[in-house]
Design a protein around this ligand. Structure first.
Ligand SMILES: [Zn+2]
Length: 441
């Protein structure tokens, strides 16, 4: 294994990989070949080159991984520099993936990080299939759900038996302020993102009536200016840009006026920024802890030198340090990873297509964003509604106010749903709770 220098450089890894120990997995065989596999063959994809991504890339490269790809569509902003330590002032405006890859490649000899400056949705199954392990440092639930769906679509089955070689493990890290979590997902084997979807609370929104009539919190006043006053007065003749100080200032002043009117205290410029951009401050130490855990899990998966995290770790640094690990359970009828077709219970055929779409978006176990619906009606495949393509949206908009019965849908029929939260079309079987209506009773 190369020069004496290289030998010494990895001496700590060799202690773990060339000796046995009580925590090794049963299939682990101590050997110098493992380090060689890690360096020469093991391909890792890092999704996200932000707060977690920078840490992940640094950790993985220093742990011996050399074939790393990183994907991120964002460019570097000034506010990133306090924690996204692979970026410098001169890099503002450049691609995060490209700058991060270049930094690591220059700093760590023989490491080869390949950047991809695009959305994860721009890559197809052949791209994702080439990796041994995928590790995510994302701040978007939609993106997590999409990559989860992609990895599940890569699974192959022989007579209902999962082909283990088609499983690409996914290590997922997430942080929010002083809190974080890490999970290890073996698609098709352990709980996937969709199995535990109800863990993600829907984004905080305030009832419009409260905002408009009975504001109690400074947030209510800011929301009022944001959703009601801005569109009405349109001060800059454009949508709100949370990074434009003039816009924030306008919202701040109007919010103060409203807060004063209702005797509400505690409204600050910072709070306005937070509410408008919907942000929770990123904390560098939380990112570092979560990324370190993720990188360790990747190392364990790649080498079998220790059993994996099973399978969901939470970390809270809010009040001291607290961490806890539990096993999230696979949902037997998970829409993404079970082989069971899913029923969608609705009142009856009298509900409108619009209401069906609302249901798909609101249900905690579905949380879709812009579902498009097709169905096979009387032997023909019909698009009932599709929001994502303007011309089709226009043609199908009329269906929104029609009832399911009008559209030819009956109890027990299937609808196909496409959504940005998944690369795959999902099939849902309609189940009417009240079948009498349909029979005309
Ligand atoms: Zn699942």
């Amino acid at each position: 294994m190369g020069s004496d220098h290289t030998h010494r450089r990895w001496s700590h890894l060799r202690k773990v990989l060339e000796r046995s120990g009580p925590f090794c997995r049963p299939d682990f065989e101590p050997s110098p070949d493992t380090l060689q596999f890690l360096m020469e063959n093991c391909k890792i994809l890092v999704i996200g080159a932000g707060g977690l991504g920078c840490e992940l890339l640094k950790n993985l490269a220093l742990m011996g991984f050399r074939k790393i790809d990183v994907i991120d569509m964002d460019t570097i902003e000034l506010s990133n520099l306090n924690r996204q330590f692979l970026f410098r002032h001169k890099d503002l405006g450049s691609s995060k993936a490209e700058v991060a890859a270049k930094f690591i490649n220059n700093r760590i000899p023989a490491c080869n990080v390949t950047p991809h400056c695009c959305m994860i949705q721009d890559k197809d199954d052949t791209f994702y299939r080439q990796f041994h392990i995928i590790v995510c440092g994302l701040d978007s639930i939609v993106a997590r759900r999409w990559i989860n769906g992609m990895l599940i679509s890569l699974l192959t089955y022989n007579d209902d038996e999962l082909d283990q070689s088609s499983v690409i493990p996914m290590v997922d890290g997430g942080t929010e302020g002083f809190k974080g979590n890490v999970r290890v997902i073996l698609p098709g084997i352990t709980a996937c993102i969709e199995c535990t979807l109800d863990l993600y609370p829907p984004q905080v929104t305030y009832p419009l009536c409260t905002i408009a009539n009975t504001p109690r919190l400074p947030e209510h006043c800011i929301e009022y200016v944001k959703v009601i006053q801005w569109p009405k007065e349109n001060p800059f003749e454009c949508p709100i840009d949370g990074d434009d100080p003039q816009h924030i200032n306008w919202i701040y002043e109007k919010s103060i006026e409203r807060a004063t009117q209702f005797g509400i205290r505690g409204l600050t410029y910072r709070l306005v920024q937070g509410v408008v951009k919907n942000i929770i401050p990123a904390v560098a130490s939380t990112n570092a802890t979560i990324a370190a855990t993720c990188a360790t899990e990747v190392f364990k998966l790649a080498t079998s030198c220790s059993a994996s995290l099973n399978n969901y770790m939470v970390l809270s640094n809010v009040d001291g340090i607290y961490t806890y690990t539990y096993e999230a359970e696979k949902k037997h009828d998970c829409l993404a990873c079970s082989q069971i077709s899913r029923e969608l219970e609705i009142r009856d055929g009298n509900i409108k297509l619009k209401e069906l779409i609302e249901l798909l978006c609101e249900r905690h176990d579905l949380q879709m964003k812009n579902p498009g619906i097709t169905a096979n009606v009387e032997g023909k495949n019909k698009t009932l509604y599709m929001q994502t393509v303007a011309s089709i949206e226009e043609k199908t908009r009329i269906n929104l106010s029609k009832t399911l019965m009008d559209l030819g849908l009956a109890d027990g029929m299937e609808i196909n749903v496409a959504d940005i939260t998944t690369p795959n079309t999902m099939t849902l079987k309609l189940k009417f709770k009240n079948t009498d209506v349909e029979m005309g009773v």
